[in-house]
Design a protein around this ligand. Structure first.
Ligand SMILES: Nc1ncnc2c1ncn2[C@@H]1O[C@H](COP(=O)(O)OP(=O)(O)OP(=O)(O)O)[C@@H](O)[C@H]1O
Length: 499
């Protein structure tokens, strides 16, 4: 049975067409991957479906009935739920209060029936094998629990189609397995999913069918079993397709960064020497210390002991300003929370880091900066009309590229990149890897933290694996593979068994 049929969908912003005659069909009990480069129109199509945006033309049938919704609330009532990357939960409220917000159960005296709400929440969590206490405050939950809460909340009100937008971004491998188990179980009961992701392996693991968009147009659809990642990539990038370059060993210079017995928030006793022009990968499960170490080096979080030297000079700890003075720059993870200055234009966002670093007033020599803007826009294939546009008018992935350009544009010698390709499409990922390799070739030193092993295999000369706050293993380039990384990052080496 067809759960959803969107046909002939058109949508323009300021007379610029973003969706042109797009169609999308999703069956009942199916996981449908919606694929396309950054800026292809995926979020806009979903926003049209859920009533955030009004379509300019086109028809939407949901379970055979025409949908002409003009609000998100109406769409939810019809059974469509959008589980966003930035979850729509209220951190100050308790779990059950979040579920029943605006739809509270009351008893015959008109008072809130807390017991019934908590019991119902418990029942649903048990069915989904989700371990969440209805009485817990939402801010206490892990990112994975928050996401499962959002999904549970949708199911509670009989959602028949769930839109998952990059749902695995902040999940570790075990949490991804858990999410996929829940998706499979719900699928069997007839629930449909639209799954938006830039991670090929998970698309091939979980999706049944796919639709590809490019520049706002429909390119194709089909069964996942009938295709392969290369064919999908070609559909997504069209004539921009180029095979990825392979890693090659490079000659590195003398030691530039020396970290000794460094202990701080989330990591301890780290010893690490890095050579000029070297790319050192860092990985580990969420909270293992790899991301926390980068924050410690950059002075974002407290340090409890140890030393950092750059070119033999001592770098005072806990000071971002001092770290920058020693030519260290950092691209933080969760760029949406940490990096967007929403009121600023693209150009201003891109140039912020350079101007902070040189401690100049934020004054732009327009012509020079426009030139650099065009260079990075082209290099990273940023889909944007005009450098004066607000950053918020860009698609999520294109915003990420602007932040990356922001840091690549500094005079820094040591770049700390925390999850640099999060939310970035396959074509642009390849461009970013090439850029990282080129930067190292030109003598910049790079520490890159990521959960994606193929990424490390493409760029890292060595890879530091973290477990429970400690650097437990340094792998040589040729030793980096999923299995070995997993062995060390789950401490299976000591437990005597792999996952
Ligand atoms: N509110 C808006 N105003 C103007 N342009 C917009 C608006 N929302 C989206 N766009 C433009 O529409 C195009 C499609 O963006 P959309 O967010 O749908 O892409 P996407 O496929 O979801 O990308 P990503 O993978 O990066 O999230 C982009 O060029 C974007 O700049």
């Amino acid at each position: 049975m067809k759960r959803l049929e969107m046909s002939g969908i058109y949508k323009a912003f300021n007379d610029i067409p973003v969706l042109k005659d797009v169609h999308l069909t999703v069956e009942a009990g199916e996981v449908h991957a919606l694929l396309g480069e950054n800026g292809a129109g995926k979020s806009t199509l979903m926003n049209v479906l859920t009533g955030v945006y009004r379509r300019d033309a086109g028809k939407i049938l949901f379970d055979g009935k025409e949908l002409n919704n003009t609000s998100v609330k109406q769409t939810e009532q019809q059974g469509i739920a959008f589980v966003h990357q930035e979850l729509n939960l209220f951190n100050d409220l308790l779990v059950y209060e979040n579920i029943f917000l605006g739809k509270e159960y009351t008893n015959k005296f008109g008072k809130l029936d807390k017991k019934r709400m908590k019991d119902e929440a418990k029942k649903l969590f048990a069915e989904l094998e989700v371990e969440i206490d209805p009485d817990e405050k939402v801010e206490e939950l892990t990112p994975s629990q928050k996401q499962l809460l959002e999904i549970s909340k949708a199911l509670f009100f009989n959602a028949k189609l769930l839109i998952l937008d990059e749902p695995t971004t902040s999940l570790n491998n075990q949490e991804i397995d858990h999410l996929f188990r829940i998706i499979r179980r719900l699928k069997e009961k007839g629930t449909s999913f639209i799954f938006i992701s830039h991670k090929m392996p998970e698309i091939f693991e979980i999706a049944d069918r796919y639709t590809v968009l490019m520049n706002g147009t429909f390119i194709g659809e089909g069964n996942i079993v009938d295709t392969n990642p290369e064919a999908i990539t070609k559909m997504m990038v069209g004539s921009n397709y180029s095979a990825e370059e392979n890693y090659q060993t490079r000659a590195c210079g003398d030691t530039i960064l020396e970290i000794k017995n460094f202990t701080g928030h989330g990591f301890r006793n780290v010893n690490l020497d890095v050579k000029k022009g070297e790319i050192v990968g860092m990985t580990g499960l969420q909270g293992s210390g790899s991301s926390e170490l980068l924050q410690g080096i950059f002075g974002v979080t407290r340090a409890d002991g140890g030393t950092i030297h750059v070119n033999g000079e001592n770098v005072p700890l806990h000071s971002i300003h001092k770290a920058m003075k020693h030519k260290i720059a950092m691209l933080p993870a969760n760029r949406k929370e940490n990096s967007v200055i929403a009121d600023m234009s693209l150009l201003e966002n891109m140039y912020l880091a350079e101007h902070t670093l040189s401690a100049k007033q934020f004054q732009i020599s327009k012509k020079k900066e426009e030139g650099k803007f065009e260079k990075y826009k082209k290099l990273l294939n940023v889909k944007a009309q005009n450098s004066a546009d607000p950053i918020t008018s860009l698609s999520g992935g294109n915003q990420q590229k602007v932040f990356l350009a922001r840091w690549l544009n500094t005079e820094a010698e040591i770049l700390l990149l925390d999850n640099p390709t999060q939310g970035i499409d396959v074509g642009a990922k390849a461009e970013i890897y090439k850029l990282i390799l080129d930067l190292a070739e030109s003598g910049k030193t790079i520490l890159i933290n990521t959960l994606e092993i193929p990424e490390l295999q493409k760029v890292a000369d060595r890879c530091a694996v973290f477990y429970d706050g400690e650097l437990v293993k340094m792998l040589k380039h040729e030793e980096i593979n999923e299995e070995t990384v997993m062995m060390y990052s789950t401490n299976a080496v000591n437990a005597g068994e792999a996952r």
